[in-house]
Design a protein around this ligand. Structure first.
Ligand code: SAH
Length: 211
């Protein structure tokens, strides 16, 4: 397959998986139209990179289904000037989408090998607005707080308190919460006086591991 074939697959993904399921934010659709998702998976999986399901990325981890990436990103309502924290860099695909839409992305991953590989992929693509950290993301990245948006790509038993603390006022946190079988994608918006919580949908993520 050449780049033209991948561009076609990407366009079909946008129409059938995202627009058809009500993803409306034009900036999110454009970002997902431009980022070459197939370059974030192993060569044996590249043909499947635009299908409607997650794929393995090694170390028992997965790159999220395109629709879930779009839904989580859209729920952050990024306009451009934001500082975003991502927990669970994984392949770096979601990181690239965030880097297209915000001013700076801080991405934390506990597995050294995945973090290093993602950093290399994203550097080769020319992104210069991403900072990487290896470690336990449940602690956030306090030195860089507060964040306008926080996206957690692994399922927590409960929302980590440090992430709530590191969220700016009017900031948005999207996180899957639940056990290994049943999880819900939750959006939390921090107001002047307290937090508002919204349930987005059922979902299934790999677990967020507390080290
Ligand atoms: N969004 C990624 C997919 C991430 S899969 C992508 O697009 O490819 C979830 C990732 O979260 C895995 O890489 C896993 O190692 C990482 N993870 C799990 N618990 C973590 C923790 N406590 N801190 C940081 N990363 C964690």
């Amino acid at each position: 397959m050449d780049e033209k074939d991948y561009t076609k697959l990407r366009e079909r993904m946008i129409e059938k998986q995202l627009i058809a399921r009500d993803i409306k934010d034009q900036r999110v659709l454009d970002a997902m139209r431009s980022v070459p998702r197939h370059l974030f998976v192993d060569s044996c999986n590249q043909r499947e990179a635009y299908e409607d399901y997650p794929l393995p990325i090694g170390c028992d981890q997965t790159i999220s289904q395109p629709y879930i990436v779009a839904l989580m990103t859209e729920s952050l309502q990024l306009k451009g000037p934001e500082k975003v924290l991502e927990i669970g860099t994984g392949s770096g695909y979601q990181t690239a989408i965030l880097a297209e839409l915000a001013e700076h992305v801080y991405s934390v991953e506990r597995l050294e090998s995945l973090s290093a590989k993602a950093e290399k992929t994203l550097q080769e693509m020319g992104y210069n607005n991403i900072s990487f950290k290896k470690g336990d993301g449940t602690l956030g990245w306090p030195e860089k707080a507060p964040f306008d948006g926080i996206l957690v790509a692994a399922a927590a038993k409960k929302v980590p308190g440090s992430l709530l603390e590191q969220l700016a006022v009017r900031g948005r946190l999207v996180i899957p919460v639940g056990d290994s079988l049943l999880q819900e994608l939750i959006l939390i918006i921090k107001g002047e006086k307290g937090m508002q919580e919204y349930k987005l949908c059922g979902c299934r993520f790999v677990p967020l591991i507390e080290d």
